[in-house]
Design a protein around this ligand. Structure first.
Ligand SMILES: NC(=O)c1ccc[n+]([C@@H]2O[C@H](COP(=O)([O-])OP(=O)(O)OC[C@H]3O[C@@H](n4cnc5c(N)ncnc54)[C@H](O)[C@@H]3O)[C@@H](O)[C@H]2O)c1
Length: 351
């Protein structure tokens, strides 16, 4: 068991490799009521969950992105109101990133903010969504358009959850782990080299180490730049093209799969601009392929993807901005790269 401390709008702890019921007990002392928000799919694992003396309320919601809707949020507010939730009560979100985003946003908005705890159950949730204080839901105009910064009281990471995760979701979560290796913690890349997805899944010590290291990377960045000005942007490595692919594929690909494709794109772009070596470019393809993540994308024409990238929130005006590498574990920015280099990177990825 280990603890990573995050300094956001206030300090909180991420408890790694703990038994979640035990961990919840100590965190929820002195609470009268606890609302457990979870996906319908997990009803069997949560239904009779009881923590200490607190009265438990169970709020099952739709699965995955369907949970992050205004409809679900309205229902949650009604439930919280009917159950008489006050400032001293607690919300606990148990699930993938979609559920912890929703639970966190419900907590951010109920009574202008009540305490909440995140219990992420996917790799992506553990290393990314539940850490960093961003909460939110989707609007019909786009993903994550409605939201708030509202850090949890605590994040509880119980690796037992991961045993039921599909290989596809496990690998998608690992894309963010790989990203953390490229931008800051090179030891992550060393640990992943030559390892297949199966080997990683079977090795709990390695999985724990990778998750802890990634949380430390995100935690350090978030602690230095909570509200995303400059430093936090490095977490968007692979995300500019990745988001374009995500939109282009109409969200049929996992976020992590799009980030994997986006990392190949930025590595190709950086290589053609002379910013990274052939070796670093090759490591991208090698590691992502070993993890069964996609490294190519057969989607729309360049103009369409370029249009999506121009709408990305990191672009300023018409100038495209990317997070690139400056060697392994270090980043630099690319602003307004040459159109020819962009097109050539696209052609390498979208074969
Ligand atoms: N707030 C942030 O900073 C942040 C960062 C990254 C991603 N996100 C959000 O996170 C979401 C993606 O998270 P995700 O990848 O966890 O997807 P998800 O929450 O949609 O979960 C993926 C699937 O895995 C299932 N699942 C969850 N835990 C499981 C388990 N232990 N065993 C078996 N199945 C399980 C879910 O029911 C779901 O069907 C997106 O909505 C994204 O916007 C938020």
């Amino acid at each position: 068991m280990s603890v990573v401390t995050i300094q956001a709008e206030r300090q909180y702890e991420v408890h790694i490799d703990v038994e979640f019921k035990e961990a919840l007990k100590s965190i929820s002392k002195h609470r009268e009521k606890i609302a457990f928000i979870f996906s319908e799919n997990m009803r069997d694992q949560i239904n009779d969950l009881k923590v200490g003396d607190a009265e438990s309320f169970y709020f099952p919601v739709a699965d995955s992105e369907a949970a992050k809707s205004t409809k679900t949020l309205l229902q949650l507010w009604d439930w919280l109101g009917a159950a008489g939730f006050t400032r001293s009560d607690l919300i606990v979100g148990i699930g993938g990133g979609a559920i912890t985003d929703l639970a966190g946003f419900a907590a951010a908005t109920w009574l202008r903010g009540i305490d909440w705890v995140a219990v992420p159950t996917t790799v992506a949730g553990m290393v990314d969504a539940a850490v960093g204080g961003k909460t939110g839901i989707n609007s019909e105009y786009g993903k994550n358009l409605i939201g708030a910064f509202h850090s949890p009281q605590s994040v509880i990471i119980d690796l037992d959850w991961l045993s039921t995760l599909t290989d596809r979701d496990f690998a998608a979560g690992l894309a963010e782990v790989v990203k953390c290796g490229f931008i800051k913690d090179v030891e992550i890349i060393n640990l992943l080299k030559g390892k297949s997805l199966k080997e990683i899944r079977q090795d709990r010590v390695l999985t724990t180490n990778l998750i802890e290291r990634s949380i430390k990377v995100k935690g350090a960045v978030v602690s230095s730049d909570f509200k995303e000005s400059f430093e936090r942007e490095i977490l968007n490595y692979g995300h500019t093209f990745g988001h374009a692919v995500e939109i282009d594929a109409k969200y049929s690909l996992r976020h992590g799969e799009c980030v994997a494709i986006g990392m190949i794109f930025i590595a190709e772009l950086s290589f053609s601009l002379g910013l990274i070596s052939q070796e670093i470019l090759d490591i991208h393809r090698e590691i992502l392929s070993q993890l069964t993540l996609p490294t190519t994308y057969a989607g729309s024409d360049w103009d369409v993807l370029l249009g999506h990238m121009r709408l990305d929130k990191k672009s300023r005006g018409n100038i495209l901005r990317f997070v690139s590498l400056d060697g392994l574990g270090k980043t630099q920015r690319i602003e307004g790269p040459d159109e020819g280099a962009l097109l050539s990177a696209y052609e390498k990825v979208c074969t």
